[in-house]
Design a protein around this ligand. Structure first.
Ligand code: SOE
Length: 384
């Protein structure tokens, strides 16, 4: 048996995202070839009973209750930051000091200023780095990217995306604490803009290029919620909903919308792109399908078709089961990790995953969106 290089992971934070990443660590070696084997070396969380139970359930070799200890450990090669957004920058900068590669949950940081410091640090160190914008790596989404990159759509006119949820409509829902930190701007940075629109923006920039300017509106529908830290009602400082118009560098126009108040929608992420020759549409609730319209087909046969991206020729699909069988949400994380390993094996290869600098570009769009909503004006997006 050939000796593989080990990539020993230290995971900090083990909530919902900790589980998706741990699943990727456990699966990737079974389905993707690499010179590296991923080792679940340690997991870190403040509650010893819970973190120990997580380590056992997900086969981590050890656990820590102090993240600084984990980052300093000699037997850790890469740190996965799965904590709330307000700690990403501090942990990432500490990782750089200790020479650790970093895999960071999205969004990169609370804002562009923090993001810039993170990018400077990782780029000066030369350490490999990744941000978990996972949706890019679903076969149908990567297929859309490849079709657009091949120039098949011709001139692109429009991009539109939505990410709709409904889980915060109740006034009784508190803000802050485990599971609910996304409702507290101090921990999250923003509401739907950084949490949900950041995904839409990442995919859009990847497929359709840079966004140059935005005009946004936001709303906070529930003005006060009990904070779990104090037990008192406090002002809600996140955006509950956000919609914005955007101009892309390629001249196309966009409209983006996100809310946690779209009753009936749990995670309806959709995007559509309209070109002169073709249009594409994708829907997270039917994630294996890419809807495809080709104006080149004779008029009497022309119409939207639905490509089930599960054939051996579709991105990533051939690494899994036999043609026609479905993949799910969790596979997107496995694919992103596989792309990271591919570049670790051969750093001269072109990166197909978002690194800190790509994620900073998305962070700058989010900042511009929030500034536009505050000022009521169009705002130019800073380049990353
Ligand atoms: C919020 O509900 C959330 O879990 C986001 O934080 C994730 O990034 C998104 O993929 C699903 O929704």
């Amino acid at each position: 048996m050939s000796e593989k290089k080990q990539l020993r992971i230290g995971l900090i934070g083990y909530g919902f995202m900790g589980r998706t990443h741990s699943n990727a660590y456990s699966q990737v070696g079974h389905f993707f070839d690499s010179e590296h084997s991923v080792v679940r070396q340690a997991v870190c969380g403040r509650d010893e009973v819970n973190v120990k139970a997580f380590a056992e359930k997900w086969s981590y070799a050890s656990y820590e209750t102090d993240w600084r200890k984990l980052v300093a450990r000699e037997d850790i090669d890469a740190v996965d930051i799965c904590t709330p957004n307000d700690s990403h920058a501090e942990i990432a900068l500490e990782c750089v000091k200790h020479g650790k590669m970093i895999l960071c949950e999205k969004p990169l940081a609370l804002n562009g200023e923090q993001g810039e410091a993170m990018v400077r640090a990782v780029e000066e160190s030369g350490l490999p780095n990744l941000v978990w914008y996972n949706y890019r790596f679903l076969p149908a989404v990567t297929h859309a990217k490849n079709i657009v990159a091949a120039g098949e759509l011709g001139r692109i006119f429009h991009y539109r995306a939505n990410f709709l949820q409904d889980w915060t409509i109740s006034e009784e829902l508190p803000q802050g604490g485990a599971g609910l930190w996304r409702l507290d701007a101090a921990a999250a940075g923003s509401g739907v803009t950084g949490d949900l629109l950041a995904h839409c923006i990442d995919t859009a920039r990847w497929i359709n290029g840079d966004i140059v300017s935005v005009s946004a509106m936001t709303e906070t529908f529930i003005k006060e919620r009990v904070h779990t830290a104090t037990g008192e009602k406090q002002a809600v400082t996140i955006d509950d909903a956000c919609a914005f118009l955007a101009r892309f560098e390629n001249g196309s126009l966009a409209i983006f919308e996100s809310t946690r108040y779209a009753r009936g929608h749990k995670a309806l992420y959709t995007f559509e792109i309209n070109g002169e020759e073709k249009s594409l549409f994708w829907d997270l609730h039917d994630l294996n399908r890419l809807s495809y319209f080709d104006h080149g087909v004779p008029g009497d046969r022309r119409g939207w078709s639905s490509i089930h991206c599960s054939d051996g020729e579709h991105p990533y699909a051939g690494n899994w089961w036999v043609p026609g069988l479905c993949l799910g949400y969790e596979h997107s994380f496995v694919h992103e990790l596989a792309e990271f390993l591919r570049c670790l094996d051969d750093p001269s290869l072109e990166k197909r995953f978002p690194d800190f600098r790509h994620a900073l570009g998305t962070q700058h769009v989010c900042d511009a969106v929030l500034e536009s909503a505050r000022s009521g004006r169009w705002v130019d997006v800073k380049k990353a």
